[in-house]
Design a protein around this ligand. Structure first.
Ligand SMILES: Nc1nc2c(ncn2[C@@H]2O[C@H](COP(=O)(O)OP(=O)(O)OP(=O)(O)O)[C@@H](O)[C@H]2O)c(=O)[nH]1
Ligand SMILES: [Mg+2]
Length: 232
């Protein structure tokens, strides 16, 4: 099985089993691309921007600034020959930078990644509030949710034991991943987190077919009527 991906940095990546080979950009032939909206949520400074940049840009983003509102990134994967575009909504953790945007974050979302910092207990303790916020915005229960503990490269100074995080994850029935956006050795693990979501979403009904006139990448969000989307 080969998994091919095209990121917004102009390179494509081919995953073959557990190896990743970078190759130069090439257009996909298939006009059909399913687009999924994934939001990344959590306290400020936990590394949401760095994680999404690691996945879409392939590198660790040095000196990120606090996100204001939302930043969009995307990466197209070819899973078993089918194009799946993951449109990542990197949201702001700071209340003042997010309050006018919250409704947009949750509208027609297809998957949610809750992020905490393994070295910061308070970011972990905030998770129930983030999860409740998503509940208040009527996100359907079938929308996949996952928990990511970031900054594992600093684990020696970790404040959030894996056992504690696992208990919380089990309580909500979310998969738990611990990783690092910074550590290059974790690059494939970060990819695997997003691939896990992509595979879950892949079996869903088509949400939007890319039109032939849209062969170029777009940074605009695609919002669809979730009531017309089937997750069964
Ligand atoms: N050591 C380490 N530092 C990280 C990691 N990921 C992010 N950081 C650092 O953590 C800080 C915050 O990262 P961001 O990605 O901007 O955090 P954010 O969650 O997007 O913050 P907001 O946009 O304010 O919500 C930066 O100084 C990053 O360099 C990581 O995996 N390991
Ligand atoms: Mg950010």
């Amino acid at each position: 099985m080969a998994i091919e991906s095209r990121a917004d940095h102009g390179f494509s990546t081919v995953f073959k089993s557990d190896s990743i080979i970078n190759e130069s950009y090439k257009e996909h032939d298939s006009p059909q691309t399913r687009v999924f909206k994934i939001i990344v949520i959590g306290d400020s400074n936990v590394g949401k921007t760095c994680l999404s940049y690691r996945f879409c840009g392939g590198k660790f983003l040095k000196n990120p600034e606090a996100t204001i509102g939302v930043d969009f990134r995307e990466r197209t994967l070819s899973l078993d020959g089918e194009n799946i575009k993951l449109q990542i909504w990197d949201t702001a953790g700071q209340e003042r930078f997010r309050k006018s945007m919250v409704e947009h974050y949750y509208r027609n979302v297809h998957a949610i990644i809750f992020v905490y910092d393994v070295t910061n207990l308070s970011s972990f303790e905030s998770l129930p509030e983030w999860i409740e916020e998503c509940g208040r915005h009527s996100v359907p229960a079938m929308v996949p949710r996952i928990l990511v503990g970031n900054k594992c490269d600093l684990k020696g100074r970790g404040e959030v034991p894996t056992s504690l995080a696992q208990r919380l994850a089990d309580g909500y029935n979310f998969p738990l991943f611990e990783t690092s956006a910074k550590d290059p050795a974790e690059k494939e693990h970060v990819d695997a987190i997003f691939l896990t979501i992509a595979y879950k979403l892949k079996n869903h009904k088509p949400l939007r077919l890319k039109q032939p006139s849209e062969s170029g990448a777009t940074n605009l969000p695609v919002e669809q009527d979730q009531e017309n989307s089937c997750f069964c």
